[in-house]
Design a protein around this ligand. Structure first.
Ligand SMILES: [Zn+2]
Length: 236
Protein backbone atom coordinates (compact mmCIF):
# COMPACT_ATOMS: atom_id res chain seq x y z
CA UNK A 1 0.00 0.00 0.00
CA UNK A 2 1.33 3.36 -1.04
CA UNK A 3 -1.43 5.70 -0.05
CA UNK A 4 -1.30 9.35 -0.90
CA UNK A 5 -3.78 11.77 0.57
CA UNK A 6 -4.40 15.32 -0.48
CA UNK A 7 -7.04 17.95 0.14
CA UNK A 8 -9.61 18.68 -2.52
CA UNK A 9 -12.52 21.10 -2.47
CA UNK A 10 -15.93 20.63 -3.96
CA UNK A 11 -17.07 24.22 -3.87
CA UNK A 12 -16.48 25.04 -0.19
CA UNK A 13 -16.68 21.44 0.97
CA UNK A 14 -13.39 19.87 2.01
CA UNK A 15 -12.60 16.29 1.06
CA UNK A 16 -9.51 14.11 1.28
CA UNK A 17 -8.56 12.54 -2.01
CA UNK A 18 -7.29 9.04 -1.37
CA UNK A 19 -5.03 7.43 -3.94
CA UNK A 20 -3.10 4.20 -3.79
CA UNK A 21 -0.23 4.88 -6.17
CA UNK A 22 0.57 1.18 -6.41
CA UNK A 23 -2.29 0.78 -8.87
CA UNK A 24 -2.83 2.15 -12.34
CA UNK A 25 -6.48 2.67 -13.10
CA UNK A 26 -8.16 2.68 -16.44
CA UNK A 27 -11.28 4.68 -15.66
CA UNK A 28 -14.07 5.28 -18.13
CA UNK A 29 -15.55 8.78 -18.37
CA UNK A 30 -18.81 9.52 -16.61
CA UNK A 31 -20.61 11.59 -19.18
CA UNK A 32 -24.02 12.52 -17.88
CA UNK A 33 -24.59 11.71 -14.19
CA UNK A 34 -28.29 11.58 -13.32
CA UNK A 35 -28.40 9.60 -10.11
CA UNK A 36 -26.72 9.49 -6.70
CA UNK A 37 -26.55 6.08 -5.02
CA UNK A 38 -25.96 5.79 -1.27
CA UNK A 39 -24.16 2.70 0.01
CA UNK A 40 -22.96 1.35 3.32
CA UNK A 41 -19.56 -0.33 3.54
CA UNK A 42 -21.05 -3.01 5.81
CA UNK A 43 -21.11 -3.91 9.46
CA UNK A 44 -17.71 -5.55 9.62
CA UNK A 45 -15.42 -2.70 10.68
CA UNK A 46 -12.65 -1.91 8.20
CA UNK A 47 -10.53 1.19 7.84
CA UNK A 48 -11.28 3.44 4.87
CA UNK A 49 -7.89 2.50 3.40
CA UNK A 50 -8.55 -1.23 3.76
CA UNK A 51 -11.96 -0.83 2.18
CA UNK A 52 -10.33 0.98 -0.72
CA UNK A 53 -7.72 -1.76 -1.17
CA UNK A 54 -10.32 -4.53 -0.96
CA UNK A 55 -12.47 -2.83 -3.61
CA UNK A 56 -9.48 -2.41 -5.91
CA UNK A 57 -8.49 -6.04 -5.47
CA UNK A 58 -12.04 -7.22 -6.16
CA UNK A 59 -13.09 -4.84 -8.92
CA UNK A 60 -9.91 -3.31 -10.32
CA UNK A 61 -10.86 0.14 -9.03
CA UNK A 62 -12.43 1.85 -6.02
CA UNK A 63 -16.19 1.24 -5.87
CA UNK A 64 -17.70 4.62 -5.12
CA UNK A 65 -16.68 8.22 -5.72
CA UNK A 66 -16.85 9.09 -2.03
CA UNK A 67 -16.66 7.47 1.39
CA UNK A 68 -17.91 9.36 4.47
CA UNK A 69 -16.82 8.21 7.92
CA UNK A 70 -18.62 8.52 11.26
CA UNK A 71 -16.86 11.82 12.01
CA UNK A 72 -18.18 13.29 8.78
CA UNK A 73 -14.82 13.27 6.97
CA UNK A 74 -15.34 12.93 3.23
CA UNK A 75 -12.87 10.83 1.28
CA UNK A 76 -12.88 11.03 -2.47
CA UNK A 77 -11.71 7.81 -4.09
CA UNK A 78 -12.55 8.39 -7.74
CA UNK A 79 -12.31 11.39 -10.06
CA UNK A 80 -15.71 12.99 -10.30
CA UNK A 81 -15.78 12.69 -14.08
CA UNK A 82 -15.10 8.93 -14.12
CA UNK A 83 -17.36 5.89 -13.76
CA UNK A 84 -17.45 3.98 -10.48
CA UNK A 85 -18.22 0.31 -9.91
CA UNK A 86 -20.88 0.26 -7.24
CA UNK A 87 -24.20 -0.72 -8.75
CA UNK A 88 -25.15 -3.03 -11.55
CA UNK A 89 -26.68 -1.46 -14.68
CA UNK A 90 -26.44 2.08 -13.28
CA UNK A 91 -22.72 2.82 -12.99
CA UNK A 92 -22.65 4.63 -16.33
CA UNK A 93 -24.83 7.45 -15.09
CA UNK A 94 -24.41 7.58 -11.34
CA UNK A 95 -22.28 8.83 -8.50
CA UNK A 96 -21.68 6.45 -5.61
CA UNK A 97 -21.31 7.57 -2.00
CA UNK A 98 -20.44 5.02 0.70
CA UNK A 99 -21.18 5.50 4.38
CA UNK A 100 -18.35 3.94 6.30
CA UNK A 101 -18.93 0.96 8.60
CA UNK A 102 -22.68 1.04 8.60
CA UNK A 103 -25.23 -1.38 7.33
CA UNK A 104 -28.52 0.38 8.10
CA UNK A 105 -29.28 4.07 8.00
CA UNK A 106 -30.05 3.88 11.73
CA UNK A 107 -26.35 3.62 12.55
CA UNK A 108 -25.39 6.69 10.51
CA UNK A 109 -24.08 9.46 12.81
CA UNK A 110 -25.28 13.06 12.65
CA UNK A 111 -21.84 14.17 11.42
CA UNK A 112 -21.96 11.55 8.67
CA UNK A 113 -25.42 12.62 7.60
CA UNK A 114 -24.47 16.29 7.70
CA UNK A 115 -21.54 15.69 5.31
CA UNK A 116 -23.69 13.45 3.14
CA UNK A 117 -26.36 16.10 2.73
CA UNK A 118 -23.77 18.83 2.00
CA UNK A 119 -22.07 16.64 -0.58
CA UNK A 120 -25.36 15.65 -2.20
CA UNK A 121 -26.42 19.29 -2.41
CA UNK A 122 -23.24 20.20 -4.25
CA UNK A 123 -23.48 17.27 -6.68
CA UNK A 124 -27.19 17.92 -7.26
CA UNK A 125 -26.57 21.53 -8.07
CA UNK A 126 -23.48 21.00 -10.18
CA UNK A 127 -24.96 18.21 -12.31
CA UNK A 128 -28.71 18.94 -12.03
CA UNK A 129 -29.37 15.57 -10.43
CA UNK A 130 -32.83 14.87 -9.08
CA UNK A 131 -32.70 11.17 -8.22
CA UNK A 132 -31.04 10.06 -4.98
CA UNK A 133 -31.59 6.55 -3.68
CA UNK A 134 -29.99 3.90 -1.53
CA UNK A 135 -28.48 0.85 -3.19
CA UNK A 136 -31.16 -1.27 -1.57
CA UNK A 137 -34.03 0.89 -2.85
CA UNK A 138 -32.75 0.49 -6.40
CA UNK A 139 -32.28 -3.27 -6.06
CA UNK A 140 -35.84 -3.62 -4.77
CA UNK A 141 -37.12 -1.48 -7.66
CA UNK A 142 -35.41 -3.87 -10.06
CA UNK A 143 -37.12 -6.85 -8.42
CA UNK A 144 -40.49 -5.11 -8.51
CA UNK A 145 -40.11 -4.14 -12.15
CA UNK A 146 -39.45 -7.71 -13.23
CA UNK A 147 -42.21 -9.13 -11.01
CA UNK A 148 -44.73 -6.75 -12.61
CA UNK A 149 -43.48 -7.69 -16.04
CA UNK A 150 -43.88 -11.38 -15.21
CA UNK A 151 -47.40 -10.84 -13.88
CA UNK A 152 -46.46 -11.69 -10.29
CA UNK A 153 -47.34 -8.32 -8.86
CA UNK A 154 -50.16 -5.84 -9.27
CA UNK A 155 -49.21 -2.83 -11.36
CA UNK A 156 -49.25 0.53 -9.63
CA UNK A 157 -48.97 -0.83 -6.09
CA UNK A 158 -47.72 1.82 -3.71
CA UNK A 159 -44.43 0.51 -2.42
CA UNK A 160 -44.01 3.08 0.34
CA UNK A 161 -45.72 2.04 3.52
CA UNK A 162 -44.60 1.57 7.06
CA UNK A 163 -42.97 -1.22 9.00
CA UNK A 164 -45.97 -1.44 11.38
CA UNK A 165 -47.89 -3.31 8.76
CA UNK A 166 -45.59 -6.28 9.19
CA UNK A 167 -45.97 -6.71 12.89
CA UNK A 168 -48.56 -9.44 12.42
CA UNK A 169 -47.61 -12.80 11.04
CA UNK A 170 -50.41 -12.97 8.47
CA UNK A 171 -49.18 -9.83 6.70
CA UNK A 172 -45.63 -11.14 6.79
CA UNK A 173 -46.67 -14.27 4.92
CA UNK A 174 -48.09 -12.33 1.97
CA UNK A 175 -46.01 -11.68 -1.10
CA UNK A 176 -44.96 -8.06 -0.88
CA UNK A 177 -41.74 -6.83 -2.45
CA UNK A 178 -41.84 -3.85 -0.10
CA UNK A 179 -40.80 -6.16 2.71
CA UNK A 180 -37.38 -6.47 1.13
CA UNK A 181 -36.88 -2.80 1.94
CA UNK A 182 -38.13 -2.99 5.47
CA UNK A 183 -36.56 -6.20 6.69
CA UNK A 184 -32.87 -6.58 7.33
CA UNK A 185 -30.29 -9.08 8.50
CA UNK A 186 -31.52 -12.63 9.03
CA UNK A 187 -35.17 -11.69 8.43
CA UNK A 188 -34.26 -10.21 5.05
CA UNK A 189 -32.44 -13.39 4.03
CA UNK A 190 -35.41 -15.51 5.13
CA UNK A 191 -37.86 -13.37 3.21
CA UNK A 192 -35.68 -13.51 0.10
CA UNK A 193 -35.72 -17.29 0.36
CA UNK A 194 -39.51 -17.24 0.79
CA UNK A 195 -39.90 -15.10 -2.36
CA UNK A 196 -37.59 -17.37 -4.33
CA UNK A 197 -39.63 -20.43 -3.32
CA UNK A 198 -42.82 -18.63 -4.34
CA UNK A 199 -41.34 -17.79 -7.74
CA UNK A 200 -40.17 -21.34 -8.26
CA UNK A 201 -43.72 -22.53 -7.54
CA UNK A 202 -45.43 -19.93 -9.71
CA UNK A 203 -43.19 -19.79 -12.73
CA UNK A 204 -41.66 -22.33 -15.05
CA UNK A 205 -37.95 -22.08 -15.16
CA UNK A 206 -36.89 -19.60 -17.81
CA UNK A 207 -34.32 -16.94 -18.46
CA UNK A 208 -36.63 -14.41 -16.81
CA UNK A 209 -37.37 -16.45 -13.72
CA UNK A 210 -33.67 -16.98 -13.11
CA UNK A 211 -33.05 -13.29 -13.74
CA UNK A 212 -35.67 -12.45 -11.14
CA UNK A 213 -34.21 -14.88 -8.60
CA UNK A 214 -30.79 -13.39 -9.24
CA UNK A 215 -32.15 -9.87 -8.61
CA UNK A 216 -33.75 -11.01 -5.35
CA UNK A 217 -30.48 -12.57 -4.20
CA UNK A 218 -28.69 -9.29 -4.89
CA UNK A 219 -30.89 -7.26 -2.53
CA UNK A 220 -28.60 -6.44 0.36
CA UNK A 221 -28.68 -4.05 3.29
CA UNK A 222 -26.75 -1.28 1.66
CA UNK A 223 -27.94 0.73 3.59
CA UNK A 224 -31.45 -0.34 4.46
CA UNK A 225 -34.67 1.62 4.09
CA UNK A 226 -35.11 4.67 1.97
CA UNK A 227 -32.79 7.54 1.32
CA UNK A 228 -35.45 9.83 2.78
CA UNK A 229 -34.88 8.16 6.19
CA UNK A 230 -31.33 9.46 6.21
CA UNK A 231 -32.46 12.97 7.05
CA UNK A 232 -30.77 14.69 9.96
CA UNK A 233 -32.48 16.41 12.84
CA UNK A 234 -32.93 19.31 12.95
CA UNK A 235 -33.08 19.58 9.19
CA UNK A 236 -30.45 21.73 7.55
ZN1 LIG B 1 -24.12 -0.84 -2.01
Amino acid sequence: MVFKQFSVYLKDLHAIYLLDTKYKFDFKPLKNPQLIVIHGTGDIPVTVNDYYTKSVEELGQPKTHFIINSKGTIYQTLPINMIGNHIQRRNEYSFGISLHNIITSKSATQAMKYSLIKLIDILKEEFSITEIKTHKELMVEDVLELMIELGLYPVGEDIHHSVDKYKNKEELDKIDVQKLLILNGKQLEEYKQYLIEYINDELDQSLYSSMLIDRIKKVSDCPGKYYSKLKINPLI
